[in-house]
Design a protein around this ligand. Structure first.
Ligand SMILES: *[C@@H]1O[C@H](CO)[C@@H](O)[C@H](O)[C@H]1NC(C)=O
Length: 356
């Protein structure tokens, strides 16, 4: 682009002197030199505007800065960030990405870690084996409309500033998987109002999801909480007010649910595979089934521990239940031809025996 502009300006300069008196040769040379100087100055200014690394007034060592990426992977502690002049002094700069990767020493990202600087598009803290906590101050208001990717995966984070994400309207990818989070607070991602594609909370120690934790996230493709410690899905834990393709809580310890654990708009697929569900009492699961009948929502139950008995007969009273509750395999009723746990819908209501 800069080259194009330079060419055009030079051609214009030449045109304006074309056909002029031959005596004006030196003048033309002067004109062209002036044009070149102006172009060079503009190019330098453009480059500086594009790369905030060139605008740092002080050193950021041991962080490095290149091509608009501020990389603090080399720090010895979170507190050290507060002593780095280039981070703490000077005007606020927006970096394309701020990252700390594979750092074995840092335990926290403290308040004011990057001074007034901010990440325009990406925050990337990954594989820091001792990183326990992150301050909300890294989510600067300047990037509310632009921050698209938040990667905080495979650290040891126990404490994450969920409320600081409020109003970040351009977040499309949120990866908090592979940490030590134990709970998702009420309304944690409420107010994000984004075009979220992936919200990944897999491989944590999450044992509770607060009410309305995922409300008001727009157009989410996938919310995933695989391999956590959930034993029960509480009231409005999976409430959604916008369409979400898939919510997965597979590989947890779920045995029971509150009747309104799903509410609002149901996800297309709710994956409950590989949990500890043994039965589907109507008072717990009835509302979810009733709500799913009005949509194409599916709940899938592969690899649980079902004991199919009288308590499941109510499911056969709901027309089309089998189009919504999938892969209920009865550990106590074996498929006569394979000897494997039989699918409830194939085994049929008569296999459930008499009610006492
Ligand atoms: C929003 O995020 C996406 C994905 O990271 C990015 O490509 C886009 O430029 C961002 N939008 C703005 C306005 O910065």
């Amino acid at each position: 682009m800069i080259c194009n502009r330079m060419m055009m300006m030079m051609m214009r300069a030449m045109n304006s002197t074309a056909g002029a008196d031959d005596n004006k040769g030196p003048l033309m040379l002067l004109k062209m030199m002036l044009v070149l100087l102006v172009v060079a100055a503009m190019a330098a200014q453009l480059a500086a505007a594009a790369d905030p690394c060139l605008e740092l007034t002080d050193s950021v060592a041991p962080c490095t800065c290149a091509d608009s990426v501020l990389d603090c992977s080399g720090i010895r502690s979170g507190a050290q960030l507060l002593t780095i002049a280039g981070l703490q002094n000077g005007q606020s700069l927006g970096f394309e990405e701020i990252r700390i990767l594979a750092n074995p020493l840092v335990m926290d990202i403290p308040d004011g870690a990057f001074g007034a600087h901010y990440a325009v598009h990406t925050i990337n803290f990954m594989n820091n084996k001792d990183l326990l906590s992150i301050s909300g101050s890294i989510f600067r208001p300047e990037s509310k409309a632009t921050l698209g990717t938040l990667i905080v995966r495979d650290n040891k984070v126990e404490s994450f500033p969920f409320s600081a994400l409020q109003g970040f309207t351009n977040l499309t990818t949120i990866r908090l998987d592979g940490n030590r989070l134990t709970s998702i607070p009420n309304n944690a991602f409420d107010g994000l109002i984004s075009n979220v594609e992936l919200l990944n909370l897999d491989n944590n120690l999450i044992s509770s999801i607060g009410e309305f934790a995922f409300s008001n996230i727009e157009s989410v493709q996938e919310i995933t909480l695989k391999n956590n410690q959930l034993e029960r899905l509480g009231t409005h834990a999976l409430h959604l007010s916008a369409p979400v393709a898939t919510v997965s809580v597979s590989k947890n310890l779920i045995a029971s649910v509150d009747p309104d654990f799903l509410s609002g708009l149901l996800p297309g697929n709710t994956v409950l595979s590989s949990n500890l569900i043994t039965s589907l009492p109507q008072d717990q699961w009835g509302p979810a089934l009733a709500d799913s009948l009005t949509s194409s929502a599916r709940l899938s139950f592969t690899d649980n521990q079902f004991v199919c008995d009288c308590g499941m007969k109510w499911l056969f009273d709901v027309p089309a239940a089998q189009a919504h509750f999938f892969n209920i395999l009865c550990s106590n009723i074996l498929n006569p031809s394979t000897g494997q746990p039989w699918n409830l819908w194939l085994a049929g209501v008569d296999a459930l025996g008499e009610c006492p």
